[in-house]
Design a protein. Structure first.
Length: 507
C-alpha cells in the first residue's frame, strides 16, 4: 500500500516536470534553450519509477488487504511524508544533473532539497545564464513545497483509500499548531487552502507584471514569493531591476505569505472578526513593524557604534530608501523568503545588523503560512507559559492557563510546544557541531544552521547573502540538506521516521 502511495506521488511530481518541459520546449523554439532533453528525460524517469511502485502495490488495488488498511497508523503517515519529500528531492535533482547545471549529485540534491523545502539556499553562481526551463523548474519546486506536497496532492489527486489516511498525512506534513480544518472533509480543507494559494500567487504575478518584470520573471517570482522560497531568475534577485516599486510589492506579498492561510479563508467568507482578533497575526505585524524601525534606526546609529565593522558606504541613502530597505529586509527574513534587494548585504552592514537578522530567521512568521522558523504562535505560548510560572510562584493557590485569541490552550499542546523548542535547540546545537566539523567557522556554523533549520536561505561570511553555498564542503552540504528537511517538516515527522528505522520498526 505504501509503495502505491509513493508511486502516485512520483507521478504527481512527473506531471509538474512535464509542465517545466513544455516551458523549456517553448523557449527552445523562441531562443534556442537547450534544456528540453534534460527535463523530458527527467519526466520519463520519474514517471516510470512511479508506475513501477504502483505496480508493486497492484494486488492492494485489485484485492485490498483489510489488515493493511486497518493498520495504516500515524507512524506510517510520518514515514510516507518523510520518504515522499526525500524522493521528490532525489527525482527533482535530475534536471540539474542531466542539463549540467550542477556537476555532482551532492550539489544537485542540495539545490533540489533547498527548492522543495523553500529554503532558498543555492550553489549556483551563474543563475542569469541558466535556460528558462531550469529556472522555471526551480521556481516550481518552491511553489510545490510552499503549501506542502501532501496538501497539493490531496487537493488535486484525492486517490487514497480512506479519509483517515488523508488526515494523518495532512497532519504529519502540516505539523504546525495553527492550521484549522476549514471543512469536515480533509480533501475540501486542502482544496480551500490550494485555492487561496493560487489566488494570492496570481495577484502577486499581476502586481509584478505591472512593474519592470516580463511575464516569465513575474510568474517565477510570484511562485517563489508566495511560497516564501526566494529563488530568483537572476543572481542579484529583486535587486536586478533596481526598482523601488518591486521592492514594495515584494515586501507586501512576502508579508502576506507569512500569514496563516486559514485566516484568509475566514476573511474571504466574511468572518472578519476571526481575522481581526487573531492574536498571532497581531504579534506578527507588530514584530515586522518593530524590527523595521530597529533596522531603520541602525542605519543611522551603526556608524557611530560599530565603527570597526560597519561600512556606511554600503548603507542606502535618504530616509525613504532606508525605510524601504529596512522593510524589505525584515519582511524577507522573517518570512524566510530572503530575496535580495538593491541594498541587501547585512554581511557588510556591520555586526549590529546580524543579531536582529538571526532572531528573525529563528522566529519565522505565523503557523499555517508558507514561512519557516519556529513560528510566532509557539513563541507566544512559550512566553505566556513562562509568565504563568512566575505568577504561580507569587500566587501558589491560583490556577493559570495560557490563552491565545481568548481561547484556552490545552496543557498538552503547551507541553508539546515547549518540547518542540527544546528539541529544536538540541538539533541546532548538533547541527552547529557538524558544520564546524565540516570546515565552517563557529560564526558561519551558527548562522548556516539556523538558516537551514529555519528554511531561510542565506548564511554568513563565505555563505553570506551576496555569495552562494558552492564553496561549502560535501559534508556541510549534506548536513544542510538534512537540516532543511527537518526544519520544513517541523522536526517531529522526520525524527519519528528516523528513530523508527534505527529501532528496527516494521513500517
Amino acid at each position: 500500500m505504501k509503495a502505491r502511495i509513493l508511486g502516485m506521488f512520483l507521478l504527481f511530481e512527473a506531471l509538474f516536470q512535464f509542465i517545466a518541459s513544455c516551458v523549456a520546449l517553448f523557449y527552445f523554439y523562441r531562443c534556442g534553450d537547450g534544456d528540453v532533453l534534460a527535463l523530458t528525460v527527467s519526466t520519463i524517469i520519474t514517471a516510470i519509477c512511479g508506475f513501477i511502485l504502483i505496480s508493486a502495490g497492484r494486488n492492494d488495488i485489485k484485492r485490498p488487504n483489510r489488515d493493511d488498511i486497518e493498520n495504516f497508523e500515524v507512524k506510517d503517515s510520518f514515514f510516507i511524508v518523510t520518504v515522499t519529500w526525500v524522493c521528490f528531492a532525489i527525482f527533482g535533482m535530475l534536471p540539474f544533473l542531466l542539463n549540467g547545471t550542477t556537476k555532482t549529485i551532492t550539489d544537485a540534491f542540495f539545490e533540489a532539497m533547498s527548492g522543495f523545502t523553500t529554503t532558498g539556499s543555492t550553489i549556483l553562481n551563474n543563475i542569469d545564464h541558466q535556460p528558462h526551463g531550469i529556472l522555471f523548474w526551480r521556481s516550481m519546486m518552491q511553489w510545490l513545497g510552499g503549501l506542502g506536497i501532501i496538501v497539493l496532492f490531496l487537493a488535486v489527486m484525492p486517490a487514497l483509500n480512506r479519509n483517515s489516511n488523508k488526515v494523518m498525512m495532512f497532519s504529519a506534513e502540516m505539523s504546525g499548531i495553527g492550521v484549522k480544518k476549514l471543512h469536515p472533509k480533509m480533501i475540501m480543507t486542502a482544496r480551500k487552502l490550494l485555492g487561496i494559494y493560487v489566488i494570492l500567487t496570481l495577484l502577486c504575478c499581476l502586481a509584478y507584471k505591472f512593474g519592470p518584470m516580463n511575464t516569465f520573471d513575474a510568474i517565477c517570482h510570484a511562485m517563489t514569493t508566495m511560497s516564501s522560497g526566494g529563488f530568483s531568475t537572476h543572481q542579484s534577485s529583486i535587486g536586478f531591476w533596481n526598482s523601488p516599486y518591486l521592492e514594495y510589492i515584494s515586501s507586501f506579498f512576502m508579508i502576506l505569505s507569512g500569514i496563516n492561510f486559514s485566516l484568509y479563508y475566514f476573511l474571504f467568507t466574511g468572518e472578519v472578526k476571526m481575522f481581526r482578533q487573531n492574536e498571532e497575526l497581531k504579534w506578527y505585524i507588530g514584530t515586522v513593524l518593530f524590527f523595521t524601525l530597529i533596522i531603520l534606526a541602525f542605519f543611522y546609529v551603526a556608524p557611530e557604534i560599530d565603527t570597526l565593522l560597519a561600512q556606511p558606504d554600503s548603507y542606502p541613502e535618504g530616509f525613504e530608501n532606508r525605510f524601504r530597505t529596512a522593510l524589505f529586509h525584515v519582511s524577507s527574513i522573517i518570512t524566510s523568503t530572503c530575496y535580495q534587494a538593491e541594498n541587501f548585504d547585512y554581511d557588510i552592514w556591520g555586526s549590529l545588523f546580524v543579531i536582529p537578522t538571526f532572531l528573525l530567521m529563528a522566529s519565522g512568521a505565523c503557523a499555517g503560512s508558507t514561512s519557516g522558523g519556529i513560528k510566532i504562535i509557539r513563541e507566544i505560548i512559550c512566553i505566556k507559559s513562562i509568565n504563568n510560572v512566575f505568577r504561580q510562584l507569587i500566587h501558589p493557590n491560583a490556577l493559570f492557563s495560557v490563552r491565545i485569541s481568548n481561547e484556552v490552550v490545552e496543557e498538552e499542546k503547551t507541553w508539546r510546544v515547549l518540547n518542540f523548542l527544546i528539541i529544536f535547540l538540541m538539533i541546532f546545537l548538533i547541527g552547529v557541531l557538524l558544520l564546524i566539523i565540516s570546515g565552517c567557522t563557529l560564526e558561519e556554523s551558527i548562522f548556516n544552521c539556523i538558516s537551514g533549520l529555519g528554511n531561510s536561505g542565506p548564511g554568513l561570511y563565505s555563505t553570506g547573502p551576496s555569495l552562494s553555498f558552492s564553496e561549502m564542503s560535501v559534508m556541510g552540504k549534506w548536513v544542510m540538506s538534512a537540516l532543511m528537511l527537518i526544519g520544513r517538516l517541523e522536526i517531529f515527522t522526520v525524527l519519528i521516521t528516523v528513530l523508527g528505522l534505527f529501532r528496527g520498526k516494521k513500517w
